[in-house]
Design a binder for this molecule. Structure first.
Ligand code: C5P
Length: 410
């Protein structure tokens, strides 16, 4: 399990409605073992009181640069040196702009400038502000300088809009900070997982789908997060809560899943396609509810894009792992998928007899080029932990081979 034991975190809180989540974040960071000192900008205090964060962090909250009393206790330069990491959550568009331009017009911006500690920012803002050219450029500048941008997540926003700009939840952020310090099996590794079925609309009320429950993908996401990875789960419609410390993006159709995955895949190290993606979708979903008629109905279907194969075909492809659910010739079909889709690993499972789809148990055969391992029937949560260990081992083994390969080439 990842931990922040003995880590000194300066938590910067800026002016955003997401500041209410900072209270929970302080608790999560402290639970993970960190000592947290909070700096609030003037705008942040409009959303949450310093007293709340003082009570939760156990230290006075710093607000002003020119504060003789606070400076006498610990100057801003000492605070900058004390930090093992500076986490700004929420980071408003205004703060990102000030950070990108190296301004030192308040205490938080000054401490960021005066510190050599890594800076992690968790943006929170309206979707259009997040997508604006200025914010995009500011984030690019910050990334280039080594800042780590955590999120933002996608979903409903306080302003009523839907899209990217929501600050990641406190448990996700705390896990990602722990991941940054990279002290676990998958510490510092970014994992993207698909799970659940997809729904392909026939009309506004009907769809084609399958029996996938999402249990295997969700168990895998939880196990990867527990192994220290920062995990994003792109999920079709299922009846499961998001695992702790996992950022979930909810989609319905194969096309939405494809788009979400392709937007995130270049930023991930490992991709695991667990979702039971529909292979076909209706070519012309009806705009209005189809009416019952006493005659045959013909629905024309077209193939959906293969998400797994598309990720594996990227020029900087992540370590790509596929699943192969089969009723027969399990191993042979899985091996041909490994080859055809150019995967690094395939996880084969037999469907039926209380195993696989919509079941709590599974039995897996894990196959890669030059090796294989059987995981006997067990609850999906247990299997997920074992599978994550195998993936981590192969991922690290192949990364180190690539590193030494590139050293030879250099
Ligand atoms: O070819 P087949 O559908 O059996 O392959 C299964 C694997 O491919 C699974 O890992 C599944 O998540 C992935 N897949 C996908 N996109 C599709 C179909 C399957 O990512 N359209």
């Amino acid at each position: 399990m990842s931990t922040l034991t003995d880590k000194h975190i300066v938590l910067g809180v800026t002016g955003s409605i997401a500041a209410y989540k900072s209270a929970e974040l302080v608790r999560r960071l402290r639970e993970a073992g960190a000592t947290v000192r909070v700096i609030m900008t003037a705008a942040a205090t409009a959303f949450i009181t310093p007293l709340t964060l003082q009570a939760l962090s156990g230290h006075p909250v710093r607000q002003k640069l020119m504060d003789p009393e606070a400076e006498a206790a610990m100057s801003h330069i000492e605070l900058a040196r004390w930090a093992d990491a500076i986490l700004v959550a929420p980071a408003s568009a205004d703060f990102l702009a000030r950070l990108a331009h190296g301004l030192a017009d308040d205490l938080l911006a000054t401490v960021c400038l005066a510190s050599q500690a890594p800076i992690l920012v968790a943006p929170a803002m309206n979707r259009v502000m997040w997508e604006s050219a200025a914010t995009v450029e500011n984030c690019a500048t910050l990334r280039r300088r080594g800042a780590v941008i955590l999120g933002p997540g996608e979903g409903e926003q306080a302003c009523g809009e839907l899209g990217f700009g929501r600050m990641l939840d406190a448990d996700v952020l705390a896990a990602q900070v722990a991941t940054y310090f990279g002290d676990a099996e998958l510490g510092g590794v970014r994992v993207l997982i698909t799970a659940g079925p997809t729904r392909e609309a026939l009309d506004p009320v009907r769809y084609l789908s399958n029996r996938s429950s999402g249990k295997m993908g969700y168990a895998l996401a939880a196990a990867a997060a527990a192994a220290g990875a920062s995990v994003t789960l792109v999920s079709g419609p299922v009846n499961l809560p998001a695992p702790r410390a996992v950022d979930r993006i909810e989609v319905q159709s194969a096309e939405q899943m494809f788009n979400a995955v392709m937007a995130l895949a270049p930023e991930c190290d490992i991709f695991v396609g667990v979702a039971a993606v529909a292979d076909y979708r209706p070519v012309h979903p009806a705009a209005n509810k189809l009416k019952k008629k006493n005659e045959e109905m013909h629905i024309v279907l077209e193939p959906t894009a293969d998400i797994l194969a598309a990720v594996a075909a990227l020029s900087q492809a992540p370590f790509t792992v596929g699943f192969a659910a089969e009723t027969d010739h399990v191993s042979a079909y899985a091996r041909s998928k490994l080859r055809d889709k150019r995967l690094r690993m395939i996880v084969a499972n037999r469907v039926g007899e209380g195993l696989g789809f919509d079941a709590d148990d599974n039995a897996l055969e894990v196959i890669w080029d030059g090796g294989e391992q059987q995981l006997a029937r067990a609850p999906k949560s247990r299997l997920a932990e074992d599978l994550i260990s195998i993936i981590a081992e192969r991922y690290h083994a192949e990364s180190s081979t690539e590193d030494s390969g590139s050293a030879h080439r250099a």
